[in-house]
Design a protein around this ligand. Sequence first.
Ligand code: RUB
Length: 309
Amino acid sequence: MTMVSRAVDKAYRDIRSMRVRGALDIAIYAAETLAGVVKATPGPTANIRKELARAGARLKESRPTAVSLPNAVDYVLYLGKQHKKLAEKDFRAAMAADIKAFVAEQKAALSKIAEYGSRLIKSGDDILTHCNSDTALQVIIAAHKQGKTINVVADETRPRNQGLLTVKALKKAGLKPTLIIDSACYYHMKALEIDKVIVGADAICANGDVVNKIGTAQVALAAKSLGIPVIVAAESIKFSPATVMGGLVEIEERDPKEVASIRGVTVKNPAFDVTPNEYVSMIVTEHGVMPPQAAYQLLKEKYAWEWAP
Ligand code: RUB
């Protein structure tokens, strides 16, 4: 194994094992791994691009659902195509600068979403969140930093219990979160008079359906029945261009052992579900707050490069 393929293999395993997780972090990690490939692969330019394509394909296989991953990889490969006429040294420099700019753009998008999303939160709000979305958390933390009093309820999010990461992050930010079991969502929505549900996303489809951690659809359904708005916080890197062409987002099926091992019992462990757009009140992106039905428009504007010949 070469040094490059070892590094790519490590990134693949880090994402697959969920050591690196959350849709935005996966995208940034993949882009930075590809920057490493550009730096360490011997020239000429055509050889670096070949290695990039190989590494990109491998990284895309690590987890199937978060669309931010193939979007980030495809964007870096597109950059490679844009710079293909450059000689080795200039190619490396241009790619390094462009990938760095891409990563900075993703971080800036997160800050913008935190700013816009925080304006939707009022002092005194009771908020419920599901799983561990850094983007949703940044919205809540930004509102907290503005001096708003917010109570946050996080569910456990079985089987991997990402809800524990959420309450720890909120506690670290100075909030006093409440942890509940997944099946207590509806109960607490009523008992605590939850005002808003805020979640992240792994993929947003062209029709505004939202793919996120398993259980999100149930939470949204319960919220809808109680008239509670569901706010999705997601960078445009999580919008799925493939769905414009009729493609479907693959739902990751994880090891049943994460749930239970009982001889003679079939255990199912889908990791994500699809929340239909009618259960989503709004999506907060770095381009502003929009109804889910506007997803198609954003995709057309943002991903034109992908469809370019
Ligand atoms: C994480 C998950 C998060 C989204 C958004 O699933 O569903 O809600 O990825 O996260 P997993 P972020 O734990 O299986 O990766 O807002 O941090 O990008």
